[in-house]
Design a protein around this ligand. Structure first.
Ligand SMILES: *Cc1c(COP(=O)(O)O)cnc(C)c1O
Length: 480
């Protein structure tokens, strides 16, 4: 191959110049994008929480990707019509399906800064300030849930990756050769099954532990299962407890489970993706006691700290378990290990190069302050209790036990006809109308609606409106 000529190099450089906008062009692009985001956010209060029938969904740009690029305004208007509009508006204050979060604006700015500098947050030697920020953030999370100084952790893409990272560490610590038994309730999140599968433990002896009348793990049933395994020569390996189930928000009796695990040498993993970080507020602390005794913990700041999607956290009470599992030793990234800014994220989790995630959590904590997060969480728990009390008093509705956290399961009992079928129709109607968005679930085979209150934007007015919509829609469905 002949060497490239100076003329060829100059031509490529000129043709690649759209990748390097100058300061004025950057300002113009940023203003367009910023205005777009402002318009989206301004519409949240009055716009619907769901747009199920959007024709725009199937529209395509033609051709999808051009050689010469397009006018940025045209690109943004495509996004507004065909991406922002259709489907569920998870940023809406009236979005209360699944587990909400909302998407803090400060985090969007944090992502912008992280992406603009592209600091490397995988290794301390490469980006000491960035890694210090990652560790300051995970240390703060560990303190919030009450883990000791020995704890360490890493920010992951979400709760599924956090649970997987923890379960692989639990396998390396206690089940290298396999055969150990796993204990969890029917309300454990399905990502635990995925994690066991990926960890090569899909066939581990599995004990489904009964729940009590408040949808919490029965400690008596757990104890009986562990003791019968020991008597039969099966080694108890892993208990997966829920600090907030998605179905009902129920919190397993963590302190009692911790005591059993300590007694029998069983690994105590807590899936706190939905509820663990409610430890920040007093109302949460009152139900989450014992979480601080977990060997490993999965959390989701993109739920309980209101971040945009893409932020989970895995924590281990003894950080060495993560280092033992994940620290790598490729020659080209030596030296590793402890530094003055702490361990490197790449040594604590499966990923190497990754998004500089800490910035999107660190920045809002710095600017808004911790008290704002704490108050927002207390407000969500308070709103759930308010919703529960009002629905309990509403004619025709049946509610479950008072919520441990911020999810309320409820259903309508029609005068005649099939109850499950009625509630399926009720939820479908509410979703199709789109003003509010709730999702459903099945509890012991019976259809329920859920109201999951966890967006920082959701306040009393929105809950009052939700109740109005439910009362009205139930009447309409009943009249059909
Ligand atoms: C959301 C959730 C998960 C899964 O987390 P992702 O962030 O969606 O991957 C796991 N467990 C519980 C209890 C959850 O609420």
């Amino acid at each position: 191959m002949p060497a490239a000529t100076r003329a060829e190099l100059a031509a490529w450089q000129a043709n690649a110049s759209p990748l390097e906008p100058g300061a004025d062009e950057r300002a113009r692009l940023a203003a367009l994008v910023f205005d777009h985001a402002q318009a989206f956010l301004a519409n949240l209060e009055k716009g619907p929480a769901n747009r199920p029938r959007a024709d725009a969904v199937s529209r395509r740009l033609d051709p999808e990707f051009t050689e010469g690029g397009r006018d940025p305004s045209d690109v943004l208007s495509y996004i507004a019509q065909c991406v922002d509009r259709p489907g569920i508006t998870t940023a809406s204050p009236r979005f209360m399906g699944y587990i909400p979060g909302g998407g803090l604006f400060h985090s969007a700015l944090g992502d912008f800064l992280a992406a603009a500098s592209n600091k490397y947050a995988g290794f301390a030697s490469a980006g000491p300030g960035a890694v210090r920020m990652e560790n300051a953030t995970t240390d703060w999370l560990a303190r919030v849930v009450g883990l000791p100084e020995s704890a360490a952790g890493a920010l992951t893409s979400g709760g599924s990756m956090a649970n997987l990272s923890a379960i692989v560490a639990a396998r390396e610590a206690r089940d290298c050769d396999g055969g150990g038994a796993v204990y969890m309730t029917p309300l454990a999140h399905h990502c635990i099954d995925k994690a066991l599968l990926i960890a090569g433990r899909a066939k581990a002896p599995r004990r489904t532990i009964a729940i009590d009348g408040r949808y919490r793990m029965s400690v008596e049933a757990l104890e009986a299962a562990i003791e019968s395994d020991i008597a039969a020569g099966v080694r108890p390996w892993l208990v997966v407890a829920s600090a907030g189930t998605v179905d009902t928000g129920s919190v397993d009796p963590l302190a009692d489970i911790a005591a059993l695990c300590e007694k029998h040498g069983v690994w105590f993993h807590v899936d706190g993706a939905y509820g663990g970080l409610f430890m920040l507020c007093e109302e949460g602390k009152a139900v989450l006691g014992g979480i601080e005794r977990a060997d490993t913990l999965a959390l989701d700041p993109h739920k309980t700290l209101f971040l945009p999607y893409g932020t989970g956290a895995v924590l281990a009470r003894d950080g060495r378990h993560l280092l033992d599992t994940y620290s790598s030793s490729a020659d080209y990234i030596r030296p590793l290990g402890e530094t003055e800014v702490g361990p490197s994220p790449a040594d604590l989790s499966p990923e190497l190069t990754r998004h500089f995630r800490a910035m999107r959590l660190w920045l809002p904590l710095q600017i808004a302050g911790v008290a704002a997060f704490r108050a927002a969480q207390s407000e969500k728990i308070g709103l759930a209790r308010y919703f529960h009390a009002r629905m309990r008093a509403a004619a025709g509705f049946e509610v479950g036990p008072p919520p441990d956290l911020s999810v309320v399961a409820f259903r309508y009992l029609p005068e005649k006809g099939d109850v499950d079928e009625f509630n399926e129709r009720l939820i479908a109607r509410v979703q199709a109308e789109g003003r509010i968005f709730l999702s459903g679930t099945r509890l012991a085979g019976r259809a329920f609606l859920r109201c999951a209150i966890l967006s920082f934007r959701t306040h009393l007015d929105h809950i009052d409106e939700t109740i109005e919509v439910l009362l009205r829609t139930a009447k309409e469905v009943e009249a059909e």
